[in-house]
Ligand binder design. Structure first.
Ligand SMILES: Cc1cc2nc3c(=O)[nH]c(=O)nc-3n(C[C@H](O)[C@H](O)[C@H](O)COP(=O)(O)O)c2cc1C
Length: 179
């Protein structure tokens, strides 16, 4: 039987363990003083239906975090399977200008960049931030949404990108909650 460490869990092992939790992939963007910022985020979840609230967990080192706080708004673009390169771009250690160079985006109510080709976008007003170790838990109230491309999602599992078979997804009944 694997032994638990005497003084807690090693961060690298913890990361590896959590990589077994399969997720979608999103790009969180914000706009402050006419500058776009953004990063790839898979720590994204819906936390409340009424009012509609989501949570994103953002590293305290992330370049976008101060801008997100200052603007008080952010957007989440949920990536399609064909947008793997955008996930890589927004996870890269490059300048904000390089992240957005030549990118096809449109703007909604908050002014944040919404990535063209995303399978859905949500725009949020920052309502609460909770410090959580080396990340900030950012709670947003959803103020606008868009259904985007009817495409398969980009998935992330065991530190690698994965794609679900589109046929399996398209077999879901349209317009109804699959229960
Ligand atoms: C698939 C994937 C998911 C990620 N999820 C998160 C996340 O949920 N929160 C976070 O802070 N960083 C996450 N990252 C890492 C950031 O995208 C990355 O550190 C980025 O470079 C931060 O932007 P910055 O360098 O401009 O600060 C993820 C990276 C990848 C590839």
């Amino acid at each position: 039987m694997p032994e638990a460490g005497p003084v807690g869990v090693d961060p690298a092992r913890f990361r590896q363990l959590m990589s077994r939790w399969a997720t979608g992939v999103s790009v969180v963007t914000t706009r402050h003083e006419d500058r776009d910022r953004g990063l790839t985020v898979n720590a994204f979840l819906s936390v409340s239906l009424a009012p509609p609230r989501v949570l994103v967990s953002i590293s305290t080192d992330a370049d976008a975090l101060p801008a997100l706080r200052a603007s008080g708004t952010f957007a989440v673009s949920i990536l399609s399977a064909t947008q793997r390169s955008l996930s890589q771009r927004f996870a890269g250690r490059v300048t904000p200008e390089e992240k957005f160079a030549g990118l096809d985006v449109h703007r909604g109510r908050t002014g944040a960049a919404l990535l063209d080709g995303a399978i859905a976008t949500l725009e949020c007003r920052l309502v609460q931030e909770v410090a959580a170790g080396d990340h900030a838990l950012v709670l947003g109230e959803v103020v606008a949404t868009e259904e985007g491309e009817d495409a398969a999602p980009l998935l992330f599992f065991r530190s690698a990108y994965a794609e679900a078979e589109p046929d399996e997804l398209l077999r879901l009944p349209r317009g109804r909650d699959p229960r």
